[in-house]
Design a protein around this ligand. Structure first.
Ligand code: HPA
Length: 272
């Protein structure tokens, strides 16, 4: 058995022992500012990543490292509070084991969240954007090194259009506004230059951030359906006079966190 297969088997055994009656169907990854979602989990069981072999130990302020199991409405969920970013170590496959474990546990859908910079002047900070497609600007893949034909993943409809329609309906029913657009993945950790932001706008991106794309690729490789939401914390560099920093991202995310999390909880509860 490979080291990865052993880690998966051990993490699975731990989850089955700590939450024997829970069969999550939806996996959720929480990005900066989305931590409020865990308030909407009923009867949660919390398991620190340190108890789960192969789960990452995040190094980023504002990101914890806990797996929450429970329900949202009647939906059984597994919520990952904390993800590994490519900019932490250079590796972009840090979420490979967690996603395989959650799939083995029964998850068929991955819901992703992140904080992002807006590239559209009519999509200001505090907006929510449904991701309809992405630009893998970093040109890195978590599948590099795998063999066999399944690594050649079809990325058409990677962000599931049926799930997107459903999410839009839920948000509309609440009278809230939901933007839609293309998310560009920049490896980071530095923010973009104003010239890079101008380039991204020309390339057709609507938002930019430092996460999500590797997990979408991993999820599609595993056959999971993907829904992803960006919380807009700022305009891209050079588009406004605000000064970009991680503290600014976190304070903006904090401000809109409760509202965004409530909407997301309703979306998750309504997913097939
Ligand atoms: N760029 C990259 N990542 C981000 C940004 C940004 O402007 N805002 C939040 N995450």
């Amino acid at each position: 058995m490979s080291a990865i297969a052993k880690a998966i088997a051990k993490a699975l055994a731990t989850l089955q022992q700590r939450a024997p009656h829970l069969q999550p169907r939806i996996a959720v990854v929480l990005g900066s500012g989305w931590g409020g979602l865990t308030d909407h989990i009923t009867d949660p069981i919390q398991i620190p990543y340190s108890d789960l072999p192969g789960f990452p130990q995040p190094t980023v302020a504002g990101h914890s490292a806990t797996l929450w199991l429970g329900h949202m409405g009647s939906q059984p969920v597994a919520v990952m509070s904390g993800r590994q970013h490519g900019y932490e170590t250079g590796a972009v496959d840090g979420m490979a084991v967690p996603l395989q474990v959650l799939q083995a546990l029964g998850c068929h859908t991955l819901v992703q969240t992140n904080a992002a910079g807006s590239l559209q002047l009519d999509m200001p900070p505090q907006s929510l954007m449904l991701i309809t497609d992405h630009l893998n600007l970093a040109q890195r893949s978590p599948l590099v090194g795998l063999s066999g034909s399944t690594r050649f993943v079809n990325m058409v409809n990677a962000y599931d259009s049926e799930l997107n329609r459903l999410a839009a309906q839920v948000v509309q029913a609440q009278g809230a506004t939901l933007f839609e657009g293309v998310y560009a993945w920049a490896l980071g950790p530095q923010f973009e230059t104003p010239a890079e932001i101008r380039m991204l706008r020309l390339l057709g991106a609507d938002a930019v951030g430092m996460s999500t794309v590797p997990e979408t690729i991993l999820a599609r490789h595993l056959g999971l359906r993907v829904l992803a939401l960006s919380f807009i914390t700022n305009f891209g560099a050079g588009m406004s006079s605000e000064n970009l920093s991680h503290a600014h991202t976190l304070s903006q995310a904090q401000e809109g966190s409760a509202r965004a999390s409530r909407l997301l909880a309703d979306i998750v509860a309504a997913l097939p």
